[in-house]
Ligand binder design. Structure first.
Ligand code: URA
Length: 443
């Protein structure tokens, strides 16, 4: 086979065979294909697309490019959830705790911050002592004893995706549905869970801006997962404004704890509850209604919060800051950003990607992989799209350990907002749900 032929075939809109895809992924993994040719094929895929069979073959080939987790030491069904990435997107601590409190085991491998989006592992590691580098034995032991564990994805999982993602990042070929679906699903399938719930984001803070395109991505990911023999469902949810009110590692862990204590941001609670209930449903633990009621009871009784603390302790962490709000620590430097004097009355748009970058500037993100993050850095959002705003109202609070970052962050935050004289319609937080065989229900 020759890369030249694969590129030409895809450029002319032809399907690639399973053998061609396998050969390409093996060549990328072994470093045998020049980056220029790989990038050319990625661009041809972006322009011509891939059908479900090709995307499944690409997923399978990337999943086989490295280690595949062996969860056989954990009896019974193992669940996982995954978000395609967002800002203020700390649903994992709530969902994991709630479903584990209902008796469904969660064995979750998570990533770190990517671009403007936060990372689950960074959020958990903001708690003192928390270890996300458990060995496979420790991981299985915590899941068996506690019912849930969240660890960092190992570097040996899907090396082909690592190489392809880096090239996509440099060549403007990230935002293609087939490439995103195979990138995410190869890692999810390699992580070994039997039941997988996906939260596919759309809007100004998501990789995919358009809800219908996000729905196409969700359906494709569900079908890829089903072809691989797993139970997979998806929700399509809005990231057109940050989810909840907190952005930043520790701030989001506090917000997750508030949700589990019943002091909830209603939209964030709705996303968490629906994801958790759908996971129980996918695992065969009752009707959607009954699963929703079980999740409500787990949260209201405090069992879900206790499960979160138990998991954090089992992974070496100290949940005291979650248990006792008096022990919460905050960044030493904070600044309120206030509405301008000529504010015409309403906040009509938030550029959520910019808000994510703003949290990164304040210290939430790494510039280089080896950088340390400022876990206290981030934002508390006081006004969201659709809210009435008077001149001088507090729009958000910026938090950081380095006061020299505040001016740039404030400038960026202001540039992310648009005001108007009439209330804007906020896009629905739940857009659609995808079930067996890619079936769609719209909310
Ligand atoms: N996250 C991934 O892991 N891959 C993508 O392609 C996009 C988001």
């Amino acid at each position: 086979m020759r890369m030249y032929d694969l590129i030409t075939e895809k450029k002319n809109g032809r399907e690639l065979t399973g053998e061609e895809i396998k050969w390409f992924v093996r060549g990328v993994t072994e470093g045998e294909i020049p980056d220029a040719q790989t990038a050319a094929l990625l661009m041809a895929i972006c322009l011509r697309g891939m059908n479900e069979r090709e995307a499944s073959d690409l997923t399978e080939a990337m999943l086989r490019s490295g280690e595949v987790a062996d969860l056989s030491a954990i009896p019974g069904k193992k669940a996982d959830k995954h978000s395609t990435g967002g800002v203020g997107d700390s649903t994992t601590p709530v969902v994991v705790a709630a479903v584990a409190a209902c008796g469904l085991k969660v064995a979750k491998m998570s990533g770190r911050a990517l671009g403007h989006t936060g990372g689950t592992v960074d959020k958990f590691e903001s708690l003192p002592g928390f270890r996300s580098d458990l060995s496979p034995r420790e991981f299985a032991d915590v899941v068996n004893r506690v019912g849930a564990a969240v660890i960092a994805q190992t570097g040996t999982l899907c090396p082909a995706d690592k190489k392809l993602y880096a090239l996509r990042d440099q060549t403007g070929t990230v935002d293609n549905v087939a490439l995103i679906a195979s990138s995410i699903m190869s890692k999810k399938l390699a992580s070994g869970a039997d039941v997988i719930m996906l939260d596919v984001k759309y809007g100004s803070g998501a990789f995919i801006k358009d809800p219908e395109e996000a729905l196409e991505l969700a359906r494709l990911m569900v079908r890829i997962g089903e072809r691989a023999g797993r139970s997979v469902g998806a929700l399509v949810t809005s990231m057109d404004a940050p989810l909840g009110r907190a952005v930043g590692n520790l701030l989001e862990m506090y917000e997750a704890s508030d949700i589990l204590h019943g002091n909830a941001d209603p939209e964030k609670l709705l996303v968490c509850r629906t994801l958790a209930a759908d996971l129980l449903f996918l695992a065969g633990m009752g009707t959607k209604e009954a699963c929703g009621e079980r999740i409500d009871r787990a949260i209201a009784s405090g069992q879900a919060f206790e499960k979160l603390c138990e998991m954090i302790r089992a992974q070496g962490g100290d949940p005291a800051m979650l248990r006792d709000p008096g022990r919460r620590i905050y960044a030493p430097f904070r600044r309120e950003v206030r509405a301008p004097e000529d504010c015409p009355g309403y906040l009509v748009r938030m550029d959520t990607e910019r808000i994510g970058i703003c949290a990164g500037i304040l210290g939430e993100a790494r510039k280089n992989p080896e950088d340390k993050v400022d876990h206290t850095a981030g934002l508390l959002i006081r006004k969201k799209t659709g809210d009435r705003v008077s001149p001088g109202d507090v729009l958000c609070e910026l938090h950081t350990s380095d006061p020299s970052l505040l001016d740039e962050a404030e400038r960026l935050y202001r540039s992310a907002l648009a005001f108007g004289g009439r209330p804007a319609r906020r896009l629905p937080i739940l857009f659609a749900s995808v079930g067996p065989n890619g079936s769609v229900s719209r909310f």
